[in-house]
Design a protein around this ligand. Structure first.
Ligand code: ADP
Length: 386
């Protein structure tokens, strides 16, 4: 089955055509700057289109024309990444009119993500009529987090309105949990998955299920990110509001002007590390804060799970930053966590397994593959329900 995986952002559309169940990627590409007159760009494998892309519909039309020129790339199903599934969606679902209405009803909870996700679905229905479509939700993996953990200690009336932790990066954390099970041959494990990309989050996974997570109602809390603040006392927001800042201004500060960018002047960990090596004070502080925040979550999640078997690093920083992995694992003998410094320098040579022999906790570097996970969940939905 050839599954076209679509990930529609506000001004971008990423895709991969994946043969399942083998997982072979047949072709992949990216449309950028959708909605900016004359600035659109699409990469189809080696081909490039430049011109206007008024909406996701035009981008997908061009993709469809490209696929039509390659008869071997027939599309049998489409799998969509949908960021917010609210309380309704605990697993991926085949898209129907009812599902689309639900995704729309969640616009308020994910105003930046669900609208383009729904546009991607509408465009795919137009160009691939009759082809089954599946929605795979970023929040769904975290629906197993118990109420004692996902609820905020605020009046129940708000909980009933949907104010609770939802969690994000679920497609990535779910992929990591399955990979760890595959590598170790065990599902009964206590795992902490650290997804450290531009956005960053930590998830505690016990027996294959998410039981605690660092993001919340939205994707702001938890770890320090490229431009997002991570945890901030809500009193700061109240203070800002009393000072006259608008919701839009506060959102801009916390989402776009904070994190590594605010501390070290760059949201790119490669640049922060370069500055760190020169002894730049701001970069040294940024790295120290970034690492401490991760350590706090490791400690908290280890306590909640009453132990830790596997610590996983994934996404851009997790997969590539030897420095961050080293510092996160330093002085952690209380959990029995010991990194092998040589293996940490070149994880690929050691199949991503980088702990020292005496370590009670296994430490792994696993490249995440959200597209593959979407294809795999789409395949499961369609083959289970026929
Ligand atoms: P996204 O969250 O946008 O999907 P990624 O998972 O690709 O992004 O992570 C992007 C981040 O990974 C970059 O901003 C950069 O900080 C970091 N990164 C990528 N390569 C390296 C590297 N070699 N060393 C340190 N950090 C890196």
């Amino acid at each position: 089955m050839h599954i076209l995986v679509l990930n529609a952002g506000s001004s971008s559309l990423k895709w991969q055509l994946i043969a399942m169940p083998s997982g072979e990627v047949l072709t992949k590409g990216l449309a950028e700057r959708i909605g900016e007159p004359g600035k659109g760009k699409i990469h189809f494998g080696d081909e490039i289109f430049e011109g206007s892309l008024p909406s996701h519909v035009e981008a997908l039309k061009k993709l469809k024309d490209y696929l039509n020129r390659h008869s071997e790339w027939e599309v049998n199903a489409v799998g969509h990444r949908v960021v917010h599934g609210g309380n309704e969606f605990v697993e991926p679902v085949r898209i129907t009119d009812r599902v689309k209405l639900k995704i729309k009803s969640l616009f308020g909870l994910a105003p930046l993500h669900n609208p383009p996700n729904l546009s991607g679905i509408a465009a795919a229905e137009k160009f691939f009529p009759g082809t089954p479509q599946v929605a795979v939700f970023d929040t769904a993996f975290h629906q197993s987090i118990p109420q004692s953990e996902h609820r905020y200690a605020i009046p129940e009336v708000f909980y009933k309105q949907g104010i609770r932790q939802y969690g994000f990066h679920g497609i990535s954390h779910s992929y990591i949990a399955k990979k760890v099970a595959e590598i170790t041959g065990r599902t009964s494990l206590k795992i902490i998955s650290l997804h450290l990309g531009n956005g960053a989050s930590a998830t505690a996974v016990a027996d294959g299920k998410s039981v605690a997570h660092s993001m919340g109602f939205g994707p702001l809390p938890g770890l320090i990110m490229g431009t997002r603040s991570g945890d901030v006392d809500p009193s700061v927001l109240l203070y800002w509001m009393e000072q006259g800042m608008t919701a839009g201004e506060i959102s801009r500060v916390l989402n776009k002007e904070s994190g590594l960018s605010a501390l070290a002047g760059s949201n790119d960990m490669r640049e922060v590390e370069r500055l760190y090596e020169t002894g730049d004070k701001n970069a040294v502080l940024a790295v120290e804060m970034y690492v401490k925040r991760i350590k706090k979550y490791i400690g908290a999640f280890t306590a909640l799970m009453n132990g830790l078997d596997v610590l996983v690093f994934t996404a851009g920083v997790g997969e590539h930053s030897m420095l961050i992995r080293k510092k996160v694992c330093e002085n952690s003998d209380y959990t029995g966590l010991f990194l092998d410094e040589e293996k940490n320098k070149n994880p690929e040579r050691f199949k991503g397994i980088i702990h020292a022999e005496r370590s009670r906790v296994q430490i792994m570097v696993i490249p995440t593959d959200e597209e593959r996970e979407i294809a795999s969940q789409t395949y499961d939905v369609l083959t289970k329900t026929g």
